[in-house]
Design a protein around this ligand. Structure first.
Ligand code: NI
Length: 173
């Protein structure tokens, strides 16, 4: 298995909504394996299939989130069932939005339902950092980036920065 390319802003594919998976077949297993390889090479706390150019409702997340070891879990067709409270996710970042860290308002506690890679139902009650990771990745599956949830001023600066870089790269060619 090879690693997959991580799409970055402003790639329009990141705006796609992921499709529900009806049948976890070999092709889906291969995508999941590729996502595991990709997140091992590009360390992150989570990865959504949309980020590697696959419009399927799959995300993986690190259950130990940021501790020394990684414990990657797969979540298919995730849905947020309930939300409670708010918290500020400090310095959130994203592999698809390089060189940006910003605070994001998130729900403090969520209940998420979906299935694992074997199709068994999963029900995750998450709070704190795990709740943040799951909200971030589920956002990806709906075509939303954390960039959309930060202050308009910061977003504007970032967009300008990316435009400049793309222009520069274009001139080099
Ligand atoms: Ni992300």
């Amino acid at each position: 298995m090879t690693t997959m390319e991580i799409l970055t802003y402003p790639d329009t594919f990141l705006r796609q909504s992921a499709k529900q998976i009806e049948n976890i077949d070999e092709k889906i297993q291969q995508i999941i394996n590729g996502m595991y390889e990709t997140i091992t090479v590009n360390p992150g706390l989570g990865l959504a299939a949309i980020q590697v150019g696959v419009d399927k409702s799959i995300l993986i997340y690190d259950e130990l989130h940021g501790q020394e070891k990684q414990l990657l879990k797969t979540l298919i067709n995730p849905r947020i069932i309930t939300r409670e409270g708010t918290l500020i996710s400090e310095n959130e970042g994203c592999l698809s939005v390089p060189d940006l860290r910003a605070d994001v308002k998130r729900s403090a506690r969520i209940l998420v339902e979906g299935v694992d890679e074997k199709g068994s139902p999963l029900r995750i009650e998450a709070e704190g950092l795990l709740a943040i990771i799951l909200q971030h990745e589920i956002d990806h599956l709906n075509g939303t980036l954390f960039l959309d949830r930060i202050s308009a001023l910061k977003r504007g600066f970032y967009k300008k920065r990316v435009k400049k870089r793309l222009k520069k790269d274009g001139e080099k060619k």
